[in-house]
Design a protein around this ligand. Sequence first.
Ligand code: CMP
Length: 139
Amino acid sequence: AIQRTFSIIKPDATKRNLTGAINAKFEEAGLRIVAQKRIRMTTAQAETFYAVHSERPFFGELVEFMTSEPVVVQVLEGEDAIAKNREVMGATNPAEAAEGTIRKEFALSIGENSVHGSDAPETAAIEIAQFFAGNEIVG
Ligand code: CMP
């Protein structure tokens, strides 16, 4: 079925001017960028977004990183968009990411891993709603 997923091009990637290269990977995979904006994420936004990780030892570092440089928040649409996006991103740890994936090609480490993508339809809906109003998504 046609789905929407939430994507973030993270600070390590925007800093290295990789927004277009990453978007090309999404589009080559058949994902359509139906909403997109470059923002400076606030600490409050990052803490809300990563609330499920608040007890993890890396939480502080994660929030610090996500607010350190601009990010590009996006809605990607397509057939099985959530799974397709996860396939294009590759494993969270770039050392484990498959050849040709975004994280294999661009990620620096498990933290500075260039992209985020929703893991399920429920989280996709919550994440999209945190950053986009309905009328900002143009399919
Ligand atoms: P993301 O998909 O954005 O969701 C949670 C993020 O936490 C994950 O990508 C990683 O970037 C980050 N993360 C996971 N494990 C670690 C870790 N051990 N150290 C630092 N960051 C991590």
